[in-house]
Design a protein around this ligand. Structure first.
Ligand code: A3D
Length: 320
């Protein structure tokens, strides 16, 4: 069987980490694409030289030409800029929207059969725009945020309860950012709901509320520490888990930013919900019952995503 091909659009901090992880796990041969000349080539060469030490078989190539992504099975998009001091949210939106346009057109022309995972921020708007510009089916274009957000939630909960991260199953819904909805009633430790553990006196509502708040601000906490960029190890690992679910037809239920039409009261919006990922991409959106508080929070999140989409449509008339 031919080896799979993974194309990484954007060879920055997350792109480089993705390439390293994908090579170590032998997901396939890897193409790093970027508009910056030399960066994707240099990273590809550097990572390929890990091969003899790690013992992985993966060919890596760097490119500035979209033709080189042809035939990719999975594409992970991190191209764009991060928000810098003095830059408004609309400035960022305008810049990354243009990037999504060129990336979407590149994918449409050269790799229309790929499963595409978008990471570029603002996530819920960019994954929508990328789908629009690429014209790929909705089930083949997803956004990575929920896996990362729930990993952050799980990390903090494992610390709080003094248990292994492996036993924590954390549940996060909604858009990526301040309005995300960590749902404690569906968050369990070895099957025991966190809310029950609180009732058993193993933590308090106040402590869990603090953890929820810290999870919502999880990206910002890392930006404040790094000062020159944003998180990249955990975002890359999270996207690789999604790619593996697709490539291995694993039918994993992962929180992803997907196109929701007819569930959660939505008629066609990209937002974070539990999703079955398998060989057909998004195979199912799972609609769970939400309590009143989660429902309200989810609505706030949905409204924030809708506001971003309106701003995108103002900037690029072709999206209206
Ligand atoms: P960075 O290291 O700056 O890499 C971005 C790369 O994109 C750079 O190498 C640029 O040269 C390249 N680039 C810019 N324009 C284009 C273009 N038109 N075509 C191809 N490549 C281009 O950033 P990063 O890797 O740290 O982060 C990438 C993105 O992920 C940013 O938008 C972050 O905000 C976002 N991010 C999202 C999450 C989520 O959970 C959703 C988490 C962390 C970062």
């Amino acid at each position: 069987m031919a080896r799979k091909k993974i194309a990484l659009i954007g060879a920055g901090m997350i792109g480089g980490t993705l390439a390293h992880l994908a090579a170590m796990r032998e997901l396939g041969d890897i193409v790093l694409f970027d508009i910056a000349e030399g960066i994707p080539q240099g990273k590809a060469l550097d990572i390929s030289q890990c091969g003899p030490v790690e013992g992985f078989d993966a060919k890596l190539a760097g490119s500035n030409d979209y033709a080189d992504i042809a035939g990719a099975d999975v594409i992970i998009v991190t191209a764009g800029v991060a928000r810098k001091p003095g830059m408004s949210r609309d400035d960022l939106l305008g810049i990354n929207l243009k990037v999504m346009k060129t990336v979407g057109e590149g994918i449409k022309q050269h790799a229309p059969d790929a499963f595409v995972i978008c990471i570029t921020n603002p996530l819920d708007a960019m994954v929508w725009a990328l789908r629009e510009f690429s014209g790929l089916p909705h089930n083949k274009v997803v956004g990575m945020a929920g896996v990362l957000d729930s990993a952050r939630f799980a990390t903090f909960l494992a610390q709080e309860f003094g248990v292994s991260v492996r036993d924590v199953n954390a549940f996060v819904l909604g858009g990526h950012g301040d309005t995300m909805v960590p749902v404690t009633s569906y968050t369990t430790i070895s099957g025991i709901p966190v809310d029950d553990l609180v009732k058993m006196g193993r933590s308090s509502k106040e402590r869990i509320d603090e953890i929820v708040k810290r999870t919502r601000g999880g990206g910002g906490e890392i930006v404040a520490l790094l000062k020159t960029g944003s998180a990249y190890y955990a975002p890359a690992t999270s996207a690789i888990a999604m790619a593996e679910a697709y490539l291995g037809d694993q039918k994993r239920i992962l929180p992803c930013a997907v196109y929701v039409d007819g569930k959660y009261g939505l008629d066609g919006l990209y937002v974070g919900v539990p999703t079955v990922i398998g060989a057909n991409g998004v195979e199912e959106v799972i609609e769970i019952a939400l309590d009143d508080e989660a429902k309200q929070n989810f609505q706030v999140s949905v409204d924030a995503v809708k506001e971003l989409l309106e701003a995108c449509k103002q900037i690029d008339g072709s999206l209206a």
